[in-house]
Design a protein around this ligand. Structure first.
Ligand code: IMP
Ligand code: MG
Length: 178
């Protein structure tokens, strides 16, 4: 798989260090609160799995599988599961965790609907990567691991057509592999 990458942008150790820092920050910021972490699947799973192990607070974990990407292009449309089932989120602080903020379609849509239907006390957004590009829908992330230029990246949960998620680092896919 390494041969399919043009370059490695974030090596394993750098990701681990930053995820630990974010976990410590979140542990401080949510101390004394009722925290629920909503992991967006599948992209956010690696990041979130590592992140929550660095949050030293009682919390609950929920998952949500939404999709907006086809290949390496955003479709601009958010596909939701038929049924949404979560534990009681009313009065809790909801932290939405995803791999990357790109056009904003996913996070703005999820944030809006979760607020309207499940009435958490607050909603915040935590992404490992913030892609520096114009958004289609405005989202202000509350916690960001790293900023990344407008390139298509894979690894550590991020996929291209469902592959490369298991790479332990993040890199840029070669043009010829797309
Ligand atoms: P948005 O809805 O356009 O903000 O995109 C968010 C989703 O698109 C993320 O949850 C990712 O799954 C996917 N995505 C966006 N950019 C990339 C990328 O560079 N590589 C892999 N997936 C990406
Ligand atoms: Mg995703």
């Amino acid at each position: 798989m390494r041969d399919d990458l043009e370059s490695v942008l974030f090596p394993e150790e750098q990701i681990a260090d930053r995820v630990k820092e974010l976990g410590l920050q979140l542990s401080q910021d949510f101390a004394g609160r009722d925290l629920s972490v909503l992991i967006l699947l599948h992209g956010g799973m690696m990041f979130a799995a590592d992140l929550i192990r660095h949050i030293s607070l009682p919390l609950t974990v929920e998952t949500l599988a939404v999709a907006s990407y086809k290949g390496e292009q955003s479709s601009g449309q958010l596909e939701w599961p038929k049924e949404l089932r979560f534990g009681d989120l009313q009065g809790r602080d909801l932290l939405i965790v995803d791999d990357i903020l790109d056009t904003g379609t996913t996070l703005s849509g999820v944030r809006e609907r979760m607020g309207e239907e499940f009435h958490p006390e607050s909603i915040q957004v935590c992404v490992l990567l913030d892609k520096l590009r114009p958004r289609i829908r405005h989202v202000e992330p509350d916690y960001v691991g790293f900023e990344v230029e407008d390139v298509f990246v894979v690894g550590y949960g991020l996929d291209y057509n469902a592959r490369y998620r298991n790479l332990p680092y993040i890199g840029v896919l070669k043009e010829e592999c797309i």
